[in-house]
Design a protein around this ligand. Sequence first.
Ligand code: MN
Length: 236
Amino acid sequence: MPKPIIGITANVITLDNGADRSAVGTDYITAVELAGGVPIVLPVVNGRTAIECQAELIDGLLLSGGFDVNPLLFGEEPAEKLGYVYTDRDIHEIELVKAANLKNIAVLGICRGIQLINVAFGGTIYQDLSAVSGAIKHMQNAKSFMPTHTVEIAARSLLYSIFGNSIVTNSFHHQALNIVAQELIVTARAQDGIIEGVEKPGDQFFVGVQWHPEMMTSRYSCMVELFRRFIWAAAQ
Ligand code: MN
């Protein structure tokens, strides 16, 4: 069987000289290849035809991390502590999620990706966790592969079949899911209740995680296993 093509959504990074670059973190690329997929980069495009053609090319959609989602897209005005937004990317990814959903393409959303999935299906985001009472530290001050907080996982979920009932993950987010879209079920939470994983019930592999498994693959085989399961589903 040919290896599945995994489209990784790109960010638009502005260099110090002002030039824009479409880019993805190399950890995503490495993780996909390690787990048996063929990574390709999906740059931000805005034409509907171009987005649909991107979706036609891929067997799996990996929504990578990045800037904050524009709150106007989930019906809120920007809060004081909202970070940088780049709306073209938000719209690109929302359209890709909808196309992947229609075509039954496997989807894995990471960090911003879990938030984007939720917004694509009509959910909302906490714009900054400082406004959530009792929230623990979710922007860790430690190496990127270093696990820093506990994540508890719901029984009988896909995440449970990989990680069991509890793991410790890294954490690099100042936002999180607030109102969860009806299509999704919460399958992982930090001990402060912050949502760390969602799944869409059904046959399609459709998972979002708030942590960064791609940064942990060199030390934690369970994180590789998450990518293997995604890529195995993409190959079907
Ligand atoms: Mn976290």
